[in-house]
Design a protein around this ligand. Structure first.
Ligand code: C2O
Ligand code: CU
Ligand code: CU
Length: 481
Protein backbone atom coordinates (compact mmCIF):
# COMPACT_ATOMS: atom_id res chain seq x y z
CA UNK A 1 0.00 0.00 0.00
CA UNK A 2 1.38 3.39 -0.89
CA UNK A 3 0.22 5.62 1.78
CA UNK A 4 -1.89 5.31 4.84
CA UNK A 5 -0.25 8.15 6.69
CA UNK A 6 -1.25 10.54 9.42
CA UNK A 7 -2.91 13.61 8.00
CA UNK A 8 -0.68 16.64 8.54
CA UNK A 9 -2.32 19.81 9.73
CA UNK A 10 -2.12 22.66 7.26
CA UNK A 11 -2.32 23.07 3.55
CA UNK A 12 0.06 22.24 0.75
CA UNK A 13 3.68 21.27 0.66
CA UNK A 14 6.81 23.31 1.02
CA UNK A 15 7.75 25.99 -1.45
CA UNK A 16 9.28 24.78 -4.67
CA UNK A 17 11.81 26.63 -6.75
CA UNK A 18 10.28 27.95 -9.94
CA UNK A 19 11.14 25.87 -12.99
CA UNK A 20 13.84 27.32 -15.17
CA UNK A 21 12.67 27.30 -18.76
CA UNK A 22 15.10 27.93 -21.56
CA UNK A 23 14.78 30.92 -23.81
CA UNK A 24 11.51 30.96 -25.69
CA UNK A 25 12.37 32.41 -29.08
CA UNK A 26 9.51 33.51 -31.27
CA UNK A 27 9.01 30.93 -33.94
CA UNK A 28 7.28 31.04 -37.24
CA UNK A 29 4.47 28.62 -37.60
CA UNK A 30 5.31 25.83 -39.99
CA UNK A 31 2.51 24.06 -41.78
CA UNK A 32 2.52 20.39 -40.90
CA UNK A 33 1.87 17.77 -43.49
CA UNK A 34 2.97 14.71 -41.59
CA UNK A 35 -0.29 12.86 -42.20
CA UNK A 36 0.70 12.44 -45.84
CA UNK A 37 3.40 10.08 -47.01
CA UNK A 38 5.77 10.72 -49.93
CA UNK A 39 3.31 9.56 -52.52
CA UNK A 40 0.81 12.08 -51.16
CA UNK A 41 -1.56 9.39 -49.90
CA UNK A 42 -3.20 9.90 -46.53
CA UNK A 43 -1.98 7.45 -43.88
CA UNK A 44 -4.82 6.65 -41.50
CA UNK A 45 -3.97 7.84 -38.01
CA UNK A 46 -4.29 5.31 -35.24
CA UNK A 47 -4.68 6.69 -31.71
CA UNK A 48 -1.66 5.66 -29.65
CA UNK A 49 -2.23 3.24 -26.81
CA UNK A 50 -2.26 4.98 -23.43
CA UNK A 51 -1.05 2.73 -20.64
CA UNK A 52 -2.91 2.70 -17.34
CA UNK A 53 -6.50 2.82 -18.50
CA UNK A 54 -8.96 0.87 -20.58
CA UNK A 55 -10.01 3.14 -23.44
CA UNK A 56 -13.75 3.42 -24.12
CA UNK A 57 -14.81 1.60 -27.25
CA UNK A 58 -15.71 3.98 -30.07
CA UNK A 59 -19.08 2.89 -31.49
CA UNK A 60 -18.94 5.20 -34.49
CA UNK A 61 -17.31 4.02 -37.74
CA UNK A 62 -16.58 7.61 -38.87
CA UNK A 63 -12.81 8.13 -38.28
CA UNK A 64 -13.48 11.72 -37.16
CA UNK A 65 -16.25 10.90 -34.68
CA UNK A 66 -15.75 9.26 -31.29
CA UNK A 67 -19.01 7.97 -29.85
CA UNK A 68 -18.99 6.34 -26.44
CA UNK A 69 -21.21 5.38 -23.52
CA UNK A 70 -20.58 6.52 -19.98
CA UNK A 71 -22.58 5.55 -16.91
CA UNK A 72 -22.16 6.79 -13.33
CA UNK A 73 -23.26 4.32 -10.66
CA UNK A 74 -22.52 3.32 -7.07
CA UNK A 75 -20.03 0.52 -6.76
CA UNK A 76 -17.94 -1.49 -4.32
CA UNK A 77 -14.39 -0.65 -5.43
CA UNK A 78 -11.24 -2.60 -4.64
CA UNK A 79 -8.27 -0.24 -4.32
CA UNK A 80 -5.72 -2.84 -3.21
CA UNK A 81 -5.65 -6.39 -1.89
CA UNK A 82 -8.04 -6.46 1.07
CA UNK A 83 -9.03 -2.80 0.71
CA UNK A 84 -12.56 -2.18 -0.59
CA UNK A 85 -14.92 0.73 -0.20
CA UNK A 86 -18.40 1.77 -1.27
CA UNK A 87 -17.74 4.41 -3.90
CA UNK A 88 -19.05 5.76 -7.20
CA UNK A 89 -17.68 4.73 -10.58
CA UNK A 90 -17.96 5.55 -14.26
CA UNK A 91 -18.51 2.31 -16.19
CA UNK A 92 -17.52 0.30 -13.12
CA UNK A 93 -14.02 1.78 -12.98
CA UNK A 94 -12.15 4.19 -10.69
CA UNK A 95 -10.86 6.28 -12.31
CA UNK A 96 -13.35 6.19 -15.16
CA UNK A 97 -12.35 4.83 -18.56
CA UNK A 98 -10.02 6.73 -20.87
CA UNK A 99 -11.79 8.78 -23.51
CA UNK A 100 -9.50 9.58 -26.40
CA UNK A 101 -9.80 11.38 -29.70
CA UNK A 102 -7.62 13.30 -32.11
CA UNK A 103 -7.71 17.05 -32.33
CA UNK A 104 -10.73 18.29 -34.29
CA UNK A 105 -12.80 15.14 -33.74
CA UNK A 106 -16.44 15.27 -32.76
CA UNK A 107 -16.99 13.48 -29.45
CA UNK A 108 -20.43 12.15 -28.53
CA UNK A 109 -20.89 10.79 -25.01
CA UNK A 110 -24.14 9.01 -24.17
CA UNK A 111 -24.26 9.62 -20.45
CA UNK A 112 -26.54 7.76 -18.02
CA UNK A 113 -26.96 8.64 -14.35
CA UNK A 114 -27.52 5.55 -12.21
CA UNK A 115 -26.69 7.35 -8.97
CA UNK A 116 -29.41 8.22 -6.48
CA UNK A 117 -28.53 11.91 -6.82
CA UNK A 118 -28.28 14.36 -9.74
CA UNK A 119 -24.97 14.86 -11.51
CA UNK A 120 -23.33 16.37 -14.60
CA UNK A 121 -20.12 15.62 -16.46
CA UNK A 122 -17.66 18.48 -16.79
CA UNK A 123 -14.85 18.19 -19.35
CA UNK A 124 -12.06 19.95 -17.51
CA UNK A 125 -9.94 22.03 -19.89
CA UNK A 126 -11.89 21.48 -23.09
CA UNK A 127 -12.85 24.67 -24.92
CA UNK A 128 -16.28 23.48 -25.97
CA UNK A 129 -19.71 25.19 -26.03
CA UNK A 130 -20.97 26.14 -22.56
CA UNK A 131 -24.11 24.00 -22.76
CA UNK A 132 -21.85 20.91 -23.05
CA UNK A 133 -19.53 21.93 -20.20
CA UNK A 134 -21.43 20.27 -17.35
CA UNK A 135 -21.88 23.52 -15.46
CA UNK A 136 -25.09 23.27 -13.41
CA UNK A 137 -25.56 26.99 -14.07
CA UNK A 138 -26.07 26.25 -17.76
CA UNK A 139 -27.10 22.59 -17.98
CA UNK A 140 -29.86 21.23 -15.73
CA UNK A 141 -28.22 18.38 -13.79
CA UNK A 142 -29.11 14.89 -14.98
CA UNK A 143 -31.63 13.40 -12.51
CA UNK A 144 -31.22 9.82 -11.21
CA UNK A 145 -32.14 7.28 -13.85
CA UNK A 146 -31.94 9.76 -16.72
CA UNK A 147 -29.60 10.39 -19.61
CA UNK A 148 -27.89 13.27 -21.41
CA UNK A 149 -25.95 13.36 -24.66
CA UNK A 150 -22.75 15.43 -24.55
CA UNK A 151 -21.78 16.31 -28.11
CA UNK A 152 -18.86 18.59 -28.94
CA UNK A 153 -15.77 19.07 -31.09
CA UNK A 154 -12.38 18.94 -29.33
CA UNK A 155 -10.41 21.97 -30.56
CA UNK A 156 -7.12 21.47 -28.69
CA UNK A 157 -4.70 18.58 -28.27
CA UNK A 158 -3.69 17.85 -24.71
CA UNK A 159 -4.28 15.98 -21.47
CA UNK A 160 -7.67 16.61 -19.93
CA UNK A 161 -10.02 14.96 -17.46
CA UNK A 162 -13.70 14.72 -16.68
CA UNK A 163 -15.63 14.86 -13.41
CA UNK A 164 -19.06 15.87 -12.06
CA UNK A 165 -19.92 19.46 -11.20
CA UNK A 166 -22.70 18.77 -8.70
CA UNK A 167 -21.69 18.23 -5.05
CA UNK A 168 -18.26 17.76 -6.55
CA UNK A 169 -16.48 17.46 -3.20
CA UNK A 170 -18.37 14.20 -2.57
CA UNK A 171 -18.84 12.85 -6.08
CA UNK A 172 -15.22 13.33 -7.19
CA UNK A 173 -13.82 11.97 -3.91
CA UNK A 174 -16.07 8.92 -4.25
CA UNK A 175 -14.44 8.08 -7.57
CA UNK A 176 -16.14 10.02 -10.36
CA UNK A 177 -13.14 11.23 -12.36
CA UNK A 178 -11.54 10.01 -15.54
CA UNK A 179 -8.77 10.79 -18.05
CA UNK A 180 -9.39 12.30 -21.48
CA UNK A 181 -6.66 12.65 -24.10
CA UNK A 182 -6.85 14.62 -27.30
CA UNK A 183 -3.98 13.43 -29.50
CA UNK A 184 -2.17 15.49 -32.08
CA UNK A 185 -1.33 13.30 -35.11
CA UNK A 186 1.74 15.52 -35.68
CA UNK A 187 3.27 14.53 -32.32
CA UNK A 188 6.25 12.15 -32.33
CA UNK A 189 5.75 8.51 -31.41
CA UNK A 190 6.99 7.35 -28.02
CA UNK A 191 8.00 3.93 -26.75
CA UNK A 192 5.07 4.25 -24.38
CA UNK A 193 2.46 6.77 -23.35
CA UNK A 194 1.13 6.63 -19.82
CA UNK A 195 -1.57 8.62 -18.07
CA UNK A 196 -1.06 8.78 -14.30
CA UNK A 197 -4.20 9.92 -12.48
CA UNK A 198 -3.03 10.93 -9.00
CA UNK A 199 -5.57 11.23 -6.22
CA UNK A 200 -5.88 10.97 -2.49
CA UNK A 201 -8.93 10.00 -0.48
CA UNK A 202 -9.78 10.21 3.20
CA UNK A 203 -10.80 6.85 4.60
CA UNK A 204 -11.19 4.95 7.83
CA UNK A 205 -11.69 1.21 8.24
CA UNK A 206 -15.42 1.77 7.74
CA UNK A 207 -15.13 3.61 4.46
CA UNK A 208 -14.88 7.18 3.26
CA UNK A 209 -14.82 9.56 6.22
CA UNK A 210 -18.07 11.62 6.35
CA UNK A 211 -17.90 14.85 4.38
CA UNK A 212 -17.44 18.39 5.73
CA UNK A 213 -17.71 17.36 9.36
CA UNK A 214 -14.19 18.27 10.45
CA UNK A 215 -12.99 21.84 10.76
CA UNK A 216 -9.69 21.30 8.82
CA UNK A 217 -11.69 19.91 5.88
CA UNK A 218 -13.80 23.07 5.75
CA UNK A 219 -10.74 25.31 6.03
CA UNK A 220 -8.06 23.56 3.98
CA UNK A 221 -10.14 21.18 1.92
CA UNK A 222 -10.24 17.43 2.33
CA UNK A 223 -6.72 16.04 2.48
CA UNK A 224 -6.68 12.30 2.06
CA UNK A 225 -4.76 9.66 3.96
CA UNK A 226 -4.58 7.20 1.07
CA UNK A 227 -2.77 8.01 -2.18
CA UNK A 228 -4.15 6.55 -5.38
CA UNK A 229 -2.38 6.19 -8.70
CA UNK A 230 -4.77 5.16 -11.46
CA UNK A 231 -7.17 4.01 -8.77
CA UNK A 232 -4.69 1.70 -7.05
CA UNK A 233 -3.56 2.21 -3.47
CA UNK A 234 -0.34 0.39 -4.23
CA UNK A 235 2.77 1.16 -6.21
CA UNK A 236 2.47 0.40 -9.91
CA UNK A 237 5.54 -0.90 -11.69
CA UNK A 238 6.63 -1.73 -15.21
CA UNK A 239 9.73 -2.94 -17.05
CA UNK A 240 11.28 -0.73 -19.70
CA UNK A 241 14.31 -0.73 -22.01
CA UNK A 242 17.35 1.49 -21.61
CA UNK A 243 17.37 4.22 -24.27
CA UNK A 244 13.61 4.31 -24.60
CA UNK A 245 11.63 7.53 -24.26
CA UNK A 246 8.12 7.82 -22.87
CA UNK A 247 5.42 10.43 -22.56
CA UNK A 248 3.74 10.61 -19.17
CA UNK A 249 0.61 12.61 -18.68
CA UNK A 250 -0.05 13.52 -15.06
CA UNK A 251 -3.20 14.96 -13.50
CA UNK A 252 -3.98 15.75 -9.88
CA UNK A 253 -7.61 14.77 -9.21
CA UNK A 254 -7.50 15.11 -5.42
CA UNK A 255 -10.07 17.29 -3.66
CA UNK A 256 -7.48 19.58 -2.12
CA UNK A 257 -3.92 18.31 -1.87
CA UNK A 258 -1.30 20.08 -3.97
CA UNK A 259 0.97 17.28 -5.16
CA UNK A 260 4.74 17.70 -4.95
CA UNK A 261 6.26 15.29 -7.46
CA UNK A 262 9.76 14.25 -8.40
CA UNK A 263 11.18 11.68 -10.78
CA UNK A 264 14.41 9.94 -9.77
CA UNK A 265 16.64 7.89 -12.06
CA UNK A 266 15.61 9.38 -15.41
CA UNK A 267 15.83 12.63 -17.32
CA UNK A 268 12.57 14.56 -17.12
CA UNK A 269 11.45 17.39 -19.35
CA UNK A 270 8.14 19.18 -19.07
CA UNK A 271 6.73 19.18 -22.60
CA UNK A 272 3.11 20.16 -22.02
CA UNK A 273 0.69 21.76 -19.60
CA UNK A 274 -3.10 22.17 -19.26
CA UNK A 275 -3.43 23.75 -22.69
CA UNK A 276 -1.20 21.31 -24.57
CA UNK A 277 2.37 21.35 -25.83
CA UNK A 278 5.01 23.85 -24.81
CA UNK A 279 6.94 25.72 -27.49
CA UNK A 280 10.06 25.29 -25.34
CA UNK A 281 10.24 22.29 -23.00
CA UNK A 282 12.10 22.72 -19.72
CA UNK A 283 13.79 20.51 -17.12
CA UNK A 284 12.44 20.37 -13.59
CA UNK A 285 13.57 18.55 -10.44
CA UNK A 286 10.29 18.93 -8.68
CA UNK A 287 6.83 19.69 -9.93
CA UNK A 288 4.16 21.39 -7.90
CA UNK A 289 0.84 20.15 -9.24
CA UNK A 290 -2.25 21.77 -7.72
CA UNK A 291 -5.57 19.99 -8.09
CA UNK A 292 -6.94 20.15 -11.61
CA UNK A 293 -3.63 20.85 -13.36
CA UNK A 294 -1.96 18.54 -15.89
CA UNK A 295 1.65 18.11 -16.96
CA UNK A 296 3.01 16.20 -19.92
CA UNK A 297 6.47 14.83 -19.23
CA UNK A 298 9.05 13.38 -21.58
CA UNK A 299 10.91 10.67 -19.68
CA UNK A 300 14.23 9.41 -21.04
CA UNK A 301 15.65 6.19 -19.61
CA UNK A 302 19.36 6.88 -20.06
CA UNK A 303 20.61 4.50 -17.35
CA UNK A 304 19.68 1.08 -16.05
CA UNK A 305 18.20 0.74 -12.58
CA UNK A 306 15.00 1.92 -10.98
CA UNK A 307 13.16 5.04 -12.03
CA UNK A 308 10.45 6.25 -9.72
CA UNK A 309 7.79 8.89 -9.61
CA UNK A 310 7.62 10.09 -6.03
CA UNK A 311 4.87 11.97 -4.27
CA UNK A 312 6.19 14.10 -1.43
CA UNK A 313 3.69 14.52 1.37
CA UNK A 314 3.83 16.25 4.70
CA UNK A 315 2.89 14.19 7.70
CA UNK A 316 3.49 14.11 11.43
CA UNK A 317 5.99 11.78 13.05
CA UNK A 318 5.60 10.25 16.50
CA UNK A 319 6.95 13.42 18.08
CA UNK A 320 4.17 15.29 16.26
CA UNK A 321 6.69 17.16 14.13
CA UNK A 322 5.81 17.82 10.51
CA UNK A 323 8.09 15.77 8.26
CA UNK A 324 8.17 15.13 4.53
CA UNK A 325 7.70 11.59 3.24
CA UNK A 326 8.69 10.60 -0.28
CA UNK A 327 6.27 7.93 -1.46
CA UNK A 328 7.00 6.18 -4.77
CA UNK A 329 3.70 5.83 -6.65
CA UNK A 330 5.11 4.45 -9.90
CA UNK A 331 8.30 2.57 -10.71
CA UNK A 332 10.03 1.52 -13.91
CA UNK A 333 12.78 -1.09 -13.91
CA UNK A 334 15.18 -0.15 -16.72
CA UNK A 335 16.78 -3.17 -18.44
CA UNK A 336 20.12 -2.81 -20.17
CA UNK A 337 19.91 -2.40 -23.93
CA UNK A 338 22.72 -1.72 -26.36
CA UNK A 339 20.47 -0.19 -29.01
CA UNK A 340 21.13 3.53 -29.58
CA UNK A 341 18.85 5.83 -27.59
CA UNK A 342 15.68 6.99 -29.30
CA UNK A 343 15.59 10.54 -30.45
CA UNK A 344 12.34 12.43 -30.29
CA UNK A 345 11.75 15.31 -32.66
CA UNK A 346 8.82 17.56 -31.91
CA UNK A 347 7.49 19.66 -34.77
CA UNK A 348 8.16 23.34 -34.13
CA UNK A 349 5.37 25.45 -32.74
CA UNK A 350 5.07 29.19 -32.19
CA UNK A 351 5.69 30.73 -28.78
CA UNK A 352 2.63 32.03 -26.93
CA UNK A 353 1.99 35.70 -27.50
CA UNK A 354 -0.33 37.03 -24.78
CA UNK A 355 -0.72 40.35 -26.62
CA UNK A 356 -1.68 43.51 -24.79
CA UNK A 357 -4.56 43.11 -22.34
CA UNK A 358 -7.54 45.35 -23.11
CA UNK A 359 -8.45 45.52 -19.41
CA UNK A 360 -7.50 44.28 -15.98
CA UNK A 361 -9.93 42.66 -13.56
CA UNK A 362 -9.37 41.53 -9.98
CA UNK A 363 -10.66 38.47 -8.15
CA UNK A 364 -10.36 38.68 -4.37
CA UNK A 365 -10.42 35.25 -2.79
CA UNK A 366 -11.66 35.44 0.77
CA UNK A 367 -13.81 33.90 3.46
CA UNK A 368 -16.53 34.96 5.86
CA UNK A 369 -18.52 33.45 8.68
CA UNK A 370 -21.92 32.05 7.84
CA UNK A 371 -23.64 29.35 5.86
CA UNK A 372 -24.57 25.85 7.03
CA UNK A 373 -20.93 24.96 7.84
CA UNK A 374 -20.12 28.15 9.71
CA UNK A 375 -17.66 29.29 7.05
CA UNK A 376 -18.20 30.43 3.48
CA UNK A 377 -15.57 31.00 0.82
CA UNK A 378 -15.98 34.06 -1.36
CA UNK A 379 -14.86 35.68 -4.59
CA UNK A 380 -15.08 39.48 -4.45
CA UNK A 381 -17.04 39.21 -1.23
CA UNK A 382 -19.75 36.90 -2.53
CA UNK A 383 -20.45 33.20 -2.07
CA UNK A 384 -22.13 31.49 -5.06
CA UNK A 385 -23.33 34.80 -6.52
CA UNK A 386 -26.07 34.39 -9.11
CA UNK A 387 -25.01 37.27 -11.34
CA UNK A 388 -21.80 36.90 -13.34
CA UNK A 389 -18.78 38.70 -11.90
CA UNK A 390 -17.58 40.11 -15.21
CA UNK A 391 -18.65 40.26 -18.80
CA UNK A 392 -16.11 40.33 -21.64
CA UNK A 393 -16.12 40.42 -25.42
CA UNK A 394 -15.09 37.33 -27.36
CA UNK A 395 -11.45 37.60 -28.45
CA UNK A 396 -10.47 39.91 -25.58
CA UNK A 397 -7.14 39.48 -23.85
CA UNK A 398 -7.71 40.23 -20.19
CA UNK A 399 -5.20 40.53 -17.36
CA UNK A 400 -6.71 38.75 -14.35
CA UNK A 401 -5.27 39.61 -10.97
CA UNK A 402 -6.07 36.96 -8.38
CA UNK A 403 -5.57 38.14 -4.83
CA UNK A 404 -5.61 35.52 -2.10
CA UNK A 405 -6.77 37.37 0.98
CA UNK A 406 -7.10 34.26 3.15
CA UNK A 407 -4.53 31.90 4.62
CA UNK A 408 -5.12 28.67 2.70
CA UNK A 409 -3.91 28.31 -0.88
CA UNK A 410 -6.45 28.35 -3.72
CA UNK A 411 -5.98 26.65 -7.11
CA UNK A 412 -7.93 29.10 -9.27
CA UNK A 413 -9.69 27.51 -12.27
CA UNK A 414 -11.38 29.08 -15.29
CA UNK A 415 -13.70 27.00 -17.50
CA UNK A 416 -13.70 27.08 -21.27
CA UNK A 417 -10.59 29.26 -21.80
CA UNK A 418 -6.85 29.17 -21.34
CA UNK A 419 -4.52 31.69 -19.80
CA UNK A 420 -0.77 32.12 -19.46
CA UNK A 421 1.07 33.41 -16.41
CA UNK A 422 1.69 37.14 -16.73
CA UNK A 423 5.28 37.66 -17.81
CA UNK A 424 5.89 33.89 -18.12
CA UNK A 425 4.07 32.80 -21.30
CA UNK A 426 6.82 30.23 -21.94
CA UNK A 427 5.40 28.15 -19.06
CA UNK A 428 2.44 27.34 -21.28
CA UNK A 429 -1.31 27.62 -21.46
CA UNK A 430 -3.14 26.76 -18.28
CA UNK A 431 -6.69 26.58 -17.02
CA UNK A 432 -5.71 26.28 -13.35
CA UNK A 433 -3.12 28.19 -11.34
CA UNK A 434 -2.11 27.92 -7.72
CA UNK A 435 -2.51 31.10 -5.66
CA UNK A 436 -0.61 30.55 -2.40
CA UNK A 437 -2.00 31.94 0.87
CA UNK A 438 -1.94 35.76 1.06
CA UNK A 439 -0.23 36.03 -2.33
CA UNK A 440 -1.29 37.52 -5.66
CA UNK A 441 -0.97 35.83 -9.06
CA UNK A 442 -1.57 37.50 -12.41
CA UNK A 443 -2.60 35.73 -15.59
CA UNK A 444 -3.35 36.80 -19.16
CA UNK A 445 -6.58 35.14 -20.29
CA UNK A 446 -7.41 34.39 -23.91
CA UNK A 447 -11.19 34.80 -23.92
CA UNK A 448 -11.88 33.21 -27.28
CA UNK A 449 -14.75 30.90 -26.35
CA UNK A 450 -18.13 32.64 -25.97
CA UNK A 451 -20.55 31.59 -23.26
CA UNK A 452 -21.13 31.49 -19.52
CA UNK A 453 -18.10 30.09 -17.76
CA UNK A 454 -17.49 29.08 -14.20
CA UNK A 455 -14.54 30.45 -12.27
CA UNK A 456 -13.81 28.70 -9.03
CA UNK A 457 -11.27 27.40 -6.61
CA UNK A 458 -10.51 23.75 -7.46
CA UNK A 459 -10.28 22.82 -3.80
CA UNK A 460 -13.70 21.25 -4.07
CA UNK A 461 -14.72 22.06 -0.50
CA UNK A 462 -13.96 25.74 -1.12
CA UNK A 463 -15.90 25.64 -4.41
CA UNK A 464 -18.95 23.99 -2.88
CA UNK A 465 -18.83 26.35 0.14
CA UNK A 466 -19.08 29.44 -2.04
CA UNK A 467 -15.84 30.07 -3.95
CA UNK A 468 -17.54 29.53 -7.27
CA UNK A 469 -18.74 32.17 -9.65
CA UNK A 470 -19.21 32.87 -13.32
CA UNK A 471 -18.00 35.16 -16.10
CA UNK A 472 -19.66 35.83 -19.43
CA UNK A 473 -17.86 36.02 -22.78
CA UNK A 474 -20.22 37.74 -25.22
CA UNK A 475 -20.09 36.28 -28.73
CA UNK A 476 -18.58 38.44 -31.42
CA UNK A 477 -21.29 39.72 -33.79
CA UNK A 478 -21.32 37.57 -36.91
CA UNK A 479 -20.51 40.46 -39.30
CA UNK A 480 -17.19 41.00 -37.53
CA UNK A 481 -16.24 37.46 -38.46
CU1 C2O B 1 -12.22 20.52 -12.90
CU2 C2O B 1 -15.01 23.42 -12.65
O1 C2O B 1 -13.61 21.98 -12.80
CU1 CU C 1 -12.99 22.72 -15.27
CU1 CU D 1 -9.67 27.48 -2.35
Amino acid sequence: MIGLFAVACGGGGPGTPAPTPGDAPMRDEEPLDSTEDEGGEAVPYALPEVWGHAALADRNPDPDVVEVELTAAPMRVRLAEGLEFDMYAYNGQVPGPLIQAKVGDRVIVHFRNELSEPTTVHWHGLRIPDDMDGSPRVQAPVPPGETFVYDFVVPDAGSFWYHPHVRSNEQVEKGLQGPLVVHDPADPEFDAERYLVLDDILVSRDGLVPFLERHPEIVHGRSGNLLLNNGRAEQLSVQVRQGSVERWRVVNTANARTMQLSVTGAVLQVVGTDGGRLATPYRADRLTVPVGQRYDLEIRYTDTGTVSLNSHVLTQNEQREVVELSIPVFEAEVREDAAPPRSIVWPQMPAIDPGTPSQTVTYRLGARQGGPNGLEWTINGEAHPEAPLFSFAQGERVRMVIVNEAGPEHPFHLHGQFFSLAGRPELGLKDTVLVPGLETVEVDAFLDNPGRWMVHCHILEHAELGMMSEIVVEPKPADEG
